[in-house]
Design a protein around this ligand. Sequence first.
Ligand code: GTP
Ligand code: MG
Length: 657
Amino acid sequence: MVPSRDLAARFEAYSDWRRRLSAGVLAMHDWMQDQDLADGQVDLRVQQLLERLHQDKLVVAFVAEFSRGKSELINAIFFADFGQRLLPSSAGRTTMCPTELLHDASRPPSIRLLPIETRLKDATVSEFKNYADEWVTFPLDLSSADKMGEAMSRVSQVKRVPVELARKYGLYGDGEDDILAALEHGDEGSVDIPCWRHAVINFPHPLLQQGLVILDTPGLNAIGTEPELTLNLLPNAHALLFILAADAGVTKTDLEVWNQHLAGEDPATRSGRIVILNKIDGLWDDLKSDEEIDREIDRQVRTTAHMLGIPRDQVYATSAQKALLAKVNGDDALLARSRLPTLETSLSQQLIPAKRDIVGAASQSEVRSLAASVRAILDARLAGVTEQLTELTALRGKNQDVVGHMMERVRGEKDVFERGLARFTALRNVFTQQTNDLFDHIGLAALRANAGRTRRHIEDSPFTRGVRNAMNEFFRGIHADFAAAAKQSTEIHDMMRAMYARFAKEHGLEVFSPPPFSVLKYQKEVERLERAYNTHFNTLWNMVSKAKFALMKRFFETIASRVKHVYVIANRDAEAWLKAVMSPLETQVREHHLQLRRRLDSIKRIHHASGELEERIDELTQQADAIRAQMRGLERKVAEIDAIVSAPDLLPAAANA
Ligand SMILES: Nc1nc2c(ncn2[C@@H]2O[C@H](COP(=O)(O)OP(=O)(O)OP(=O)(O)O)[C@@H](O)[C@H]2O)c(=O)[nH]1
Ligand SMILES: [Mg+2]
């Protein structure tokens, strides 16, 4: 079995697992609906869980200096089936813009390109993704590998423009370390720049259809000019593959790329990093024995690991070019010699199970919390029925007077409770007010105002100190927002906890302790952005002298757009939390009210016709049994989902061999 099939098989098994998990969740939801146990809140949460499972992506990014063989490696691992090179790969700078390969079934196969001119506008690449008219789209003809290769070759298109214009785009400066210093210079005062800022290739490759997203990046400092890459695409990738070339060794610029984009401060975030020492075919020397060659490769691998400060087994030696050739020609011996199979196996073994664990744990915890909310309703119902049963059983053989007395008591209880409902309504009003305050702190309006202020400050004072102050102010504002939100949510939490305790005490309801809301996650993410900003600020500032301003503004817009994303998630989470805190109380109140009415009802009936007592006791016993059966049914559904989550992969036998 060819190991790229192993990657495909594992990925297919992972998708299959996701499908089974979705089916399990769907079955649980169907059952809840059948049993009349799903309300709007449950429906919504199930919907969201299914969507998350469906859209789940695995992003693998290739990062390196130019000409190390990123594009060739992607061709060899993923696209050898096409019998030729799909992504352009050649000596010198080839890939000129970040290129995402993915599959989006809602669009026809195509390559979409964002013109470089958009660098003059404030919006970020992710924002542009929402506006189809900003992109130039070419269809992909899947029946012809030649035509596909031709369409994909556009990612290396350049055009000659006056130096002044390149400067405006933030692509050209005067210093020695110009971003694109290696660009071809034309006649006096002109320079070649990339035609496109970003490319999205949409095509139905089996792996991409399963949710794999490949990110190919351009080498040579170009990463730094597109903040979208540094701040968004790379940090969010599940795996980063860093490529070095055996013929070049670890150069100064390789180290710069590594330190800026891959090294990371936190060892935990370094887990998805894989280093590839490519072009080992350069060491294949006919005058040396295989052992000598292996020793030489091993020596280079050790040096590389040492220079990057990583364990030796995190470095994989390969020849992308020979692997592609071998796969195209079906030459197994050459493929083995290229060592690509070892890399592919380890990629699929490390990446996919880790991803599966994360998705499985998240889904399980969501299912448990859903089941718990349904269980709480069932518990309340069972408690109500049991109480009625006790009451009625005690009436056996009692005379009408006693029954009348009891009716009065329950009626009194019901009246007291209904008067208590006024307090519940008052609480709802306070809750709504506090909720509004919470959203004032972390609402998008607050962020918009803060970003607007920062933009003005940057424009008013476009110097190092001015920009730094403005940015520091921006982050201070955000931290203050989240601190205020934390305080507000604690107040809400305290109030609700007190309310639950009081209801439980006064009406004999079950004590529920509402979950707290933590803003730590958002604060951490903002801190990460702030760190990224601090790391890249100086580099950017020194890189371009004249284009500084345009670049800085774009840099700020990217950060602002990431922060906006954090706010959006925080808002969504806060909304879900508020529901989780309030709706059990609403359910408790509703159920309790219903039970009081039912109790009163059945005693009334018995009061009027005493023959009904035994009949009513039977009825209630059956009801209690039915509720218990529902509880068991719910447990079974959760156990079924647990079993799916932890089931071994359904790998085709050959992939395990
Ligand atoms: N000998 C040899 N050449 C290779 C190997 N892998 C890639 N190359 C060649 O190296 C050159 C650069 O490869 P690319 O795939 O374009 O490199 P890249 O990292 O994508 O470069 P940019 O797109 O410019 O950032 C091409 O001519 C490839 O054919 C290899 O394993 N062995
Ligand atoms: Mg390339």
